[in-house]
Design a protein around this ligand. Structure first.
Ligand SMILES: [Zn+2]
Length: 134
């Protein structure tokens, strides 16, 4: 009799050996996900969010009492040392971040007086990134 595994995302059981391998950031992988592509996407998204969370915490600690412009300059100079294709990909990700962030704040009501200006600025940056011609 085959052993049963349980998917941590959908909590469905499946026979051992019938699941899928989900490849995560940093060459990590989950061997026993169920065969649903929806669950694979959720594993990947959760892994990304878990990976990014400490980076965001570090950046927030830097601006807490520090200088946003000094951080901006350090980010730019550090990014300039990376592969140019990856620079473009990260800048795209930042533009997309602006859209996601502003949607969370402005449309999903996760905003108050403390982050209202940030949500509006992120919206403007996202609109500028995707609605211009040059
Ligand atoms: Zn699943």
């Amino acid at each position: 009799m085959a052993n049963k595994n349980y998917c941590l995302m959908c909590h469905e059981s499946f026979e051992e050996g019938t699941g899928r391998t989900v490849y995560l950031t940093g060459h990590e992988k989950i061997e026993d996900a169920c065969c649903s592509s929806e669950c694979a996407d959720k594993y990947k998204q959760k892994n990304l969010e878990d990976t990014v969370a400490p980076l965001i915490k570090t950046l927030c600690n830097i601006v807490n009492g520090g200088s946003p412009s000094a951080l901006g300059k350090a980010l730019a100079m550090s990014l300039m040392r990376e592969h140019r294709y990856l620079q473009a990909e990260l800048v795209n990700a930042i533009a997309m971040f602006c859209g996601e962030y502003s949607t969370e704040g402005l449309e999903k009501n996760r905003m108050d007086a403390r982050n209202e200006a940030a949500c509006h600025q992120a919206k403007r940056m996202n609109v500028a990134a995707y609605n211009f011609s040059d």
